[in-house]
Design a protein. Structure first.
Length: 126
């Protein structure tokens, strides 16, 4: 059998409304429904980048003392933590790197840009 859950440690951590810091947690492998289900969500229809928020909320099984990780919690992660989680998600699920190689004719893609939808990177428009 292969591992389906992996330990995570956020670089900065999530600070809840009581001021508690949550850094260590667990992320599980994604299933097909984890990537398909968000596409029906009106927040994703309005902003495709929001799929990342919903997917991460589904696959993070615990974070510190939190009993549940919701999209509202993921929305409040620091950018560095979100970037870490996106990269970790892609790594454990065997997906290609979030940032494609830079070609001479293509301007570099900023690390701070979000995924437009799972598997596609939002690139600058010429």
């Amino acid at each position: 059998m292969f591992p389906t859950e992996f330990e995570i440690t956020l670089p900065k951590g999530y600070i809840d409304s009581d001021g508690n810091l949550h850094r260590k947690g667990t992320m599980r492998l994604s299933t097909a429904i984890d990537e398909i289900s968000p596409l029906r969500d009106p927040r994703v229809k309005a902003n495709p980048a929001y799929a990342t928020i919903i997917i991460l909320a589904r696959v993070i099984t615990c974070l510190g003392a939190l009993s549940e990780v919701t999209p509202a919690i993921v929305e409040n992660f620091f950018s560095e933590d979100l970037n870490y989680l996106q990269d970790f998600y892609r790594q454990i699920n065997g997906l290609e790197p979030a940032t494609p190689p830079v070609l001479d004719s293509q301007p570099p893609v900023s690390d701070s840009r979000f995924l437009e939808e799972v598997g596609n990177v939002k690139t600058p428009q010429n």
